[in-house]
Design a protein around this ligand. Structure first.
Ligand SMILES: [Mn+2]
Length: 458
């Protein structure tokens, strides 16, 4: 596994390297079009201009303050996990190099507004996790930023920026990720904030996260294309599950099928641990042990999502192990599906919040004549929210209390869980908010009981 990780990182970095040293001399006119990177140059399959536009939009919000965003550090030479850049850093830069730092200086500093600090090439590290690009003008152009500098100069440069006359005139506003006081894993951010507070007591420290959440909630078309790709890969996994699921096999065998489909089709990783729960495990919301043998008559909840170029998906289907729902399973299933449908139909652009849709789904369940074994109505067995934003993170940033804006991507995932009957049903799809309403991006994964039974009979 470790060898594979390194191999992937090496390949990625080799491609960057190859781009820097091989492709440029071949097409110098394109490479040297200064300050205006062409839209055809891509980072993680999105145009350089896209990242530039995001940085500009962010500065429109933060106005004259300096913005500092820390990239993710590589853990122990890639031994612990496959490297993943953090979402905010990736959103603004498209740069996957570990330990990088992005600084935006609206007033400019030494003639540049955008500074990308990168670890310099290092014989030892390069051997373990692949080559780092050189600290050159060419690298700045390859990443579409105005200036790159060595990470080892960050302390010196940021101190100069923070003590400059322009910064003092701007009201000394510094925007960065400020970790909440409780325990977090944002060690690098914590250290930076601590250091700034020690440097000067007059610096006006502001959290950048709310501004980034506002921007990230509304997806651009390149972002929607990435989410669609993640959904399509997840859809391929679901159709394979549909063919494979049966009593007598283990939950982890389905997990293997799912991960195999993800990786075969180009996903970099699952967006979250695969949930494959059968029988009584269908009623455990975030069940991820996936060790049980699937029994005859079980339902199987399969809640999965591929991640493609830092964009996630999240789709749940509930399958009958035998290929046919029992009468009771089918009526519960249909009610969950109806709750989803009524919530989608109730959506009104400019009015509906996530909370409103949740209320509609709950009403559908409470108005149903179906009851639990004690005679209670079934909305009491819907213990989680109806949905969440989807984006670079599976439970993405976004505003749950205001009307959903055009460009937001959400899940709608009602569920009913009856442990005493070993019945759990969840149906989850991903929707894009458009001018004409909600568009189901996961349309090609069947969800009616009839369609599922028909496909399983094949
Ligand atoms: Mn979900």
């Amino acid at each position: 596994m470790h060898l594979q990780n390194r191999l992937l990182i090496t390949i990625t970095l080799t491609l960057v390297f190859a781009f820097l040293f091989v492709s440029w001399p071949i097409n110098p006119s394109k490479a040297w079009s200064k300050k205006e990177p062409t839209a055809t140059v891509l980072l993680a399959e999105q145009p350089l201009t896209e990242y530039k536009a995001r940085r500009e939009k962010l500065l429109e919000k933060t106005k004259n303050g300096i913005v500092v965003i820390m990239g993710e550090e590589e853990e122990d030479l890639g031994v612990e996990a496959k490297f993943r850049q953090n979402d905010n850093f990736m959103y603004l830069s498209g740069v996957e190099i570990p330990s990088a730092i992005l600084v935006l200086v609206p007033e400019g500093y030494q003639g540049a507004k955008e500074w990308l600090f990168l670890p310099a090439p290092n014989k030892f590290l390069d051997q373990w996790t692949g080559p780092r690009p050189p600290i050159t003008e060419q690298t700045a152009q390859a990443f579409g930023v105005e200036r790159v500098a060595s990470l080892s100069d960050f302390q010196k440069v940021i101190t100069e920026m923070l003590t400059s006359e322009a910064f003092q005139k701007s009201g000394e506003k510094l925007y960065t990720v400020i970790p909440p006081s409780a325990y977090t894993r944002l060690i690098r951010e914590e250290k930076f904030v601590e250091q700034v507070r020690k440097t000067s007591t007059t610096i006006n420290l502001n959290p950048i996260a709310p501004f980034l959440a506002d921007l990230r909630m509304v997806k651009s078309s390149p972002e929607i294309a990435m989410i669609q790709r993640a959904i399509d890969i997840t859809s391929l996994a679901h159709s394979e599950v549909l063919k494979t699921v049966k009593s007598g096999i283990f939950e982890y065998e389905l997990e293997g099928t799912i991960l195999g489909q993800f990786y075969r089709n180009g996903a970099q990783r699952p967006a979250f641990p695969c949930i494959v729960g059968s029988g009584e495990n269908t009623t455990i919301l975030h069940y991820e042990k996936n060790r049980k043998k699937i029994d005859s008559g079980d339902l199987v909840v399969v809640d999965i999502g591929a991640e493609y170029n830092y964009y996630t998906s999240d789709i749940t289907r509930t399958y009958p192990a035998n290929g046919r729902f029992s009468a009771r399973q089918r009526e519960i299933y249909q009610l969950v599906l109806d709750a989803q449908t009524t919530a989608v139909k109730a959506f009104k652009l400019g009015q509906s919040t996530m909370h409103d849709l949740d209320t509609v789904a709950r009403q559908t369940m409470s108005q149903s004549l179906l009851k639990d074994s004690k005679g209670n109505s079934l909305e009491q067995h819907f213990p989680h929210g109806l949905g969440h934003f989807v984006g670079m993170y599976v439970h993405d940033v976004g505003d749950y209390s205001h009307p959903l804006p055009v460009g937001a991507v959400i899940t709608i995932e009602p569920g009913i869980y009856l442990p005493d009957e070993s019945i759990g049903v969840r149906i989850e799809d991903d929707y894009l908010v458009t001018k004409t309403g909600l568009v189901k991006l996961s349309e090609n994964i069947p969800s009616t009981p009839a369609e599922i039974e028909k496909l399983m009979a094949k």
